[in-house]
Design a protein around this ligand. Structure first.
Ligand code: FES
Ligand SMILES: [Fe+2]
Length: 451
């Protein structure tokens, strides 16, 4: 339980050599917002977590029963279903749910199952004036009220009052629609109370979905998710970015139902045994070839402030003068939050959101998604449709430089699955601080699943 996590004194705890993230923030050319000054390191012990969490059918089935059927989970963006009759199919494990916009503009959710003989009601996202089952034609209104029963005379047992589609709890936050399959669930406000205040400044609801990429990955959903929950792997997995990323300067914060890892950019890794030049650092940061011209950092200026200024100027066109309210760190750093169990919005202008979930009922594959959110001027642009990558398609084919980094992460994933199927160890070993977000996720799993 989170209450049992021991608070640590951020100024007096074991951590990597080199500057702390807070010391880096002291060099910011703009006022640093309170949210970045928060620190919440926790001592959650050093215990191992069972390998069987990633490998067994038994644990997967427990996750389905005790987690996925009970927990608040992100489905789609409000902008994905802007008009009455718009509907979105959300699948989790072996279940499917229909998220619907009704005529009053409210969002409803129903199990995607006909009350006659059970057929899935909608296979595809789309728009309809009613919810009609393709099998025998039973139909419901967008509000879930029974509308039509072909051969009505033949169903004396069907009663209009009690034959509505069951309503699934829905919540909306920052343009995201969440559902909870458990009709007796705890309120969403409690679920998001740690995270929501921290995002007030960044207003993700004011951004639009500029990209959405999904791919089936050959590993348990937690293996994929955990690859994005710490910067400890950067040294071995992404050595090319060490010249522009303060991997071991990362700050990890743990609250009850959310956690974050902030990793500074435009600063080199303290692990390097040399100091890269500004040219070298910016070339890496901007993914420029070795012979390309690199913008020159003016004498006496911090490279982080310089890069932030470039981003500010680029963003001003679409984001307006609010770019001046954002400090350097908000332009340069990875501010990667996690809301348990699988929703990962980034703070500030980075606009990245990850989601990881089991691929249907298969515990050895998963669906990994990356959504990009961007500011806009004037009318809200149409949201990007999801692009599904084929097995052999790289993330870089859809997401450029960011995708190149994902491809390196993805390369590890099936090998981690294979290794965990093989290992003679009973548990996975996690570091105390740098991997504490992964440790937090596992403590939460224990809390929900009971083992
Ligand atoms: S199963 Fe839906 S109408 Fe028969
Ligand atoms: Fe990575």
């Amino acid at each position: 339980m989170a209450e049992a996590y021991k608070e640590l004194d951020p100024d007096n705890m074991p951590r990597s050599p080199g500057l702390t993230y807070q010391q880096l923030l002291d060099t910011d050319s703009h006022e640093v917002p309170d949210v970045l000054r928060l620190q919440s390191p926790r001592d959650m012990g050093t215990n191992e977590f069972p390998v069987t969490r990633y490998t067994t059918r038994d644990y997967h089935e427990k996750e389905v029963e005790r987690l996925w059927k009970k927990v608040w989970q992100f489905t789609c963006r409000e902008e994905d279903i802007p008009n009455p009759g718009d509907h979105y199919r959300y699948d989790i494990a072996h279940m499917s749910f229909l998220v619907v916009r009704n005529d009053a503009g409210e969002v409803k959710c129903y199990p995607n199952a006909c009350l006659h003989r059970g057929r899935m009601l909608k296979e595809f996202d789309g728009n309809a004036t009613e919810i009609r089952c393709p099998f025998h034609g039973f139909a419901w209104t967008l509000d879930g009220d029974l509308l039509d029963v072909p051969g009505r005379w033949d169903f004396p047992q069907v009663n209009e009052d009690s034959f509505s589609l069951p309503e699934i709890p829905v919540a909306q936050w920052a343009g995201f629609i969440f559902i909870n399959p458990d009709q007796n669930c705890a309120p969403f406000d409690d679920f998001i109370k740690d995270l929501a205040p921290q995002f007030e400044r960044w207003n993700l609801g004011g951004l639009y979905k500029s990209a959405h990429v999904a791919k089936v990955m050959p590993c348990n959903w937690k293996i994929a998710q955990e690859a994005f929950c710490e910067a400890y792997h950067v040294n071995a997995t992404h050595p090319q970015i060490l010249r522009s990323l303060g991997d071991t300067n990362s700050q990890v914060d743990i609250w009850d139902n959310c956690a974050r890892v902030i990793t500074p950019g435009v600063t080199h890794s303290p692990l390097l045994d040399y100091t890269p030049s500004n040219d070298d650092m910016l070339r890496t940061m901007m993914d420029l070839p070795h012979d390309a011209d690199v913008p020159q950092v003016p004498e006496g200026m911090e490279p982080r402030a310089f890069m932030a200024d470039i981003s500010r100027a680029n963003m001003r066109e679409i984001a307006g003068d609010r770019v001046d309210l954002y400090c350097d760190a908000e332009f340069t750093d990875s501010i990667d939050y996690t809301l348990f169990p699988n929703f990962h919005p980034w703070g500030a202008f980075n606009g990245i959101v990850y989601r990881f979930r089991p691929n249907g009922d298969d515990h050895r594959t998963c669906i990994m998604e990356c959504i990009l959110l961007a500011p806009f001027e004037g009318e809200r642009p149409a949201p990007a449709e999801v692009r599904w990558l084929e097995e052999k398609e790289d993330w870089s084919s859809a997401l450029g430089y960011l995708g190149k980094v994902f491809d390196q992460d993805s390369f590890n994933m099936p090998k981690v699955q294979w290794g965990l199927e093989t290992t003679y160890q009973t548990g996975v070993v996690l570091s105390g601080y740098q991997e504490s977000k992964v440790r937090w996720i596992h403590h939460k799993l224990t809390e929900w699943i009971g083992e």
